[in-house]
Ligand binder design. Structure first.
Ligand SMILES: Nc1ncnc2c1ncn2[C@@H]1O[C@H](COP(=O)(O)OP(=O)(O)OP(=O)(O)O)[C@@H](O)[C@H]1O
Length: 718
């Protein structure tokens, strides 16, 4: 079973306030719960709570509870959504009464019997559209044990002293197990699922289970439910869908069934109780402990799910803490639309428990469920495909429909406008291309010229930088610079020439096109056919003229014969004959004129042909002579320039090479010069030193010679 995503929806909570019952009245209890008029708001003491609905007491009548809270869930079942109704409250607060799980006659007013009624009436109305299958199961959780209430063999009544009634499991029958399927769906293994086809059969199951349910008398309720009871209705439906019909009216799908299945849990919880108040002991006390444990676990699950902060943090939800919470896993925070009915007693004696119930229920309002449609995977795929086909069909209809005709018309107009624009542009492009191809050589050569010019400029600059090395080099460069100036002039000349020739070529092409279009006007007529037509016409006229002339000749001959036969008869020639003669003369004249005009036309045609021929020749001449010649000239000029440019480039390269060699030589000479200078300096220094030495020696020898001359003086001095 696969599911499709549904929307998040909160658990809905309704409060059902029962009236004060016999015992409470006897005890003189007062009403401690107030309902805010026309609002789903309950006040108890200083506390105020708002719920989705409030029934009973001074609030809405309880009879509305089914229509407002449960009927939408029944409808949802038919759409494949799971549902849960949960009755919660302290013991004796009216849960069993509300749900209708008791086996008394008045329980027929409870929610479960109403669900059954609504279910079967809906099935009846949908019988033609789908096939339905219903199953029910009824279990109770008693002292943390799941018991099958529809299997009478598994439960047997156990009479207990003091009139209390209980049940025990028959040994040998395995207990019902709670299982979680791989897709997270909670199922009960080993529970009886009874197939029912009528409301009566279903009601019998409810009654049988209710009788089997563990009940006992306590101080607070003489028929207190000692277990949590879950009555489950499983609805399976095989919907018959209309065949999918294609746009051409052809049926395109045979498989037209949709399989949906949904569960409806109707839960009557055991009431929370205080041992002191219920006065339970022994077995009842143990039951009470388990009941409270289960309800505590349920409270914890509700707290975890109802606390937004915890939910956002992804806090653990303790579903596994009890069998009850495990079984209600889908109903609380899972795949189900859930309604909780908080049953409360208005008696002031129960005020504390009532307050607790309201707090508990208030928390449950924050639980968010994610109900989803439960569908068979094949059905789901088919459903998806159906939706897709429907969507495509709608789109197709939209394109074909009148609604879109304006849009289509506008689009058609736009397309034709675009096509016309495209044609114009193509024509323009063709013209430009033909011009460009003629000017291509010119452009390329211009570009080349530009490049050469830049190259020459660069070389010129690099050669200028070498200026100042030595005179000889400078002179060479001056010479080169002059040559480069000449080169630039030559390039300029070439550019101007190419430009003028390009213009001339363009002009010629333009004229050519003009002539060709003129030719087209001549060529528009089918000259041969026209000529033949005229010839034929002329021949016809000739034929007619000949016939008329013959007729005239015949008449004239007749006249002559008559004249010859009897003299003076000519005057007496009948008027009609004379008239006929005159008509024939006029006809001949007319034909002659027509013939002449035809001849004129033929001549004119001949002239036109000659003019066209001349034009054609002119075009041929322009094409053959001028255009081709000019193109050839442009090519030739470009080639000459290229060759000249190449030779100049070669020369420049040679010059650059020479320049480099000269520079190298200059550097070599400079280095030699430097070395020689150094040697000279060293030699000069050596010579100076030698001179000084000679002088010093000479001075010493002078002093010595005077010393030997005056020895006395020298001794007295010592
Ligand atoms: N709306 C009501 N109108 C009249 N009487 C009611 C109403 N609700 C409950 N009662 C009566 O109150 C008594 C207790 O009701 P009920 O057994 O449904 O309580 P409970 O919540 O199921 O109790 P427990 O948890 O002990 O099973 C019953 O006698 C029932 O007839």
């Amino acid at each position: 079973m696969t599911m499709e995503n549904g929307e998040d929806c909160c658990v809905k909570v309704a409060v059902h306030i029962r009236p004060l019952i016999g015992d409470e009245r006897l005890q003189g209890c007062k009403d401690c719960v107030t309902v805010v008029p026309r609002k789903p708001q309950v006040q108890i003491g200083t506390h105020s709570f708002t719920f989705d609905h409030v029934y009973g007491s001074t609030a809405s009548p309880s009879s509305l509870m089914f229509d407002e809270c449960v009927a939408p869930l029944v409808d949802g079942l038919f759409q494949g959504y799971n549902a849960t109704v949960l009755a919660y409250g302290q013991t004796g607060s009216g849960k069993t009464y509300t749900m209708g799980t008791g086996c008394k006659d008045d329980s027929q007013t409870g929610l479960i019997p109403q669900v059954m009624k609504a279910l079967f009436s809906k099935i009846e109305t949908l019988r033609n559209q789908a096939e339905f299958q219903l199953h029910v199961s009824f279990i109770e959780i008693l002292k943390e044990e799941v018991r099958d209430l529809l299997d009478s063999s598994s439960v047997s009544k156990l009479d207990v002293v003091s009139g209390q009634v209980g049940k025990m499991t028959v040994p040998g029958k395995p207990p019902v197990q709670i299982r979680e399927a791989s897709n997270g769906v909670i199922t009960l293994a080993g529970s009886t699922e009874v197939s029912v086809s009528t409301q009566k059969e279903m009601a019998a199951c409810l009654e049988q289970g209710s009788l089997n349910r563990a009940t006992g008398s306590t101080n607070m309720n003489n028929q207190s439910s000692r277990s949590h009871a879950i009555f489950t209705i499983m609805l399976e439906q095989m919907r018959k869908l209309g065949p999918i019909v294609g746009t051409e009216g052809v049926q395109i799908e045979d498989v037209n069934e949709d399989y949906l299945c949904a569960k409806f849990h109707l839960v009557d919880l055991a009431g929370s109780e205080r041992a002191k108040r219920t006065g339970s002991d022994g077995l009842r006390f143990k039951e009470g402990v388990h009941i409270n444990k289960g309800l505590l676990a349920l409270g914890n699950v509700i707290s975890a799910l109802g606390d937004e902060k915890k939910r956002k943090e992804g806090a653990h939800v303790p579903y596994r803490d009890s069998k009850l919470t495990r079984l209600l896993q889908d109903s609380l925070g899972g795949n189900s639309r859930t309604v909780m009915i908080a049953c409360i007693s208005p008696a002031d004696i129960n005020a504390e428990e009532t307050l607790n119930t309201l707090k508990y229920a208030n928390r449950a309002r924050n639980i968010q469920n994610k109900p989803i449609v439960n569908r068979n995977p094949i059905s789901e795929e088919i459903q998806r495909m159906r939706q897709h086909i429907e969507y495509l069909q709608a789109q197709l209809a939209c394109y074909r429909g009148e609604g879109a005709s304006d849009e289509i018309q506008a689009l058609k107009e736009k397309v034709s406008w675009l096509e016309a624009t495209n044609e114009d542009l193509c024509r323009e492009l063709y013209q430009y291309r033909s011009q460009t191809s003629q000017n291509e050589h010119f452009d390329i050569d211009s570009q080349k010229s530009g490049m050469f010019f830049l190259k020459a400029e660069g070389l010129k600059r690099s050669l200028h930088t070498t200026e100042g090395f030595d005179y000889q080099m400078t002179e060479t460069l001056r010479g080169n610079s002059r040559e480069i100036d000449e080169e630039v002039a030559k390039e300029w000349e070439h550019t101007v020439l190419q430009d003028s020739m390009g213009k001339e070529l363009y002009e010629l092409n333009r004229r050519l096109e003009q002539k060709e279009s003129e030719m087209k006007t001549f060529g528009g007529f089918d000259t041969l056919a026209l000529k033949q037509h005229f010839k034929k016409k002329l021949m016809e006229l000739e034929e007619e003229k000949r016939a008329v002339q013959q007729e005239r000749d015949r008449l004239l001959a007749e006249v002559e014969n008559l004249a010859a036969a009897s003299d003076g008869q000519v005057q007496k020639l009948p008027d009609n004959q004379l008239q006929k003669l005159k008509d024939l003369e006029a006809q001949i004249l007319d034909l002659k004129k027509k013939q002449e005009s035809q001849v004129q036309l033929l001549k004119q045609k001949q002239r036109s042909e000659e003019a066209a021929k001349k034009l054609q020749e002119e075009i041929q001449y322009i094409k053959a002579q001028k255009v081709v010649q000019l193109q050839h000239k442009i090519k030739q000029e470009a080639e000459q320039f290229r060759q000249w440019k190449a030779s100049r480039e070669k020369e420049l390269l040679q010059l650059r090479k020479e320049g480099r060699r000269n520079e190298y030589e200059r550097h070599k000479l400079q280095a030699l010069n430097q070395r020689q200078k150094l040697v000279l300096q060293r030699k000069s220094e050596e010579a100076a030193m030698a001179t000084k030495e000679v002088e010093r020696v000479a001075r010493n020898s002078k002093i010595l010679s005077s010393y030997y001359k005056w020895p006395f003086i020298r001794c007295s001095v010592q």
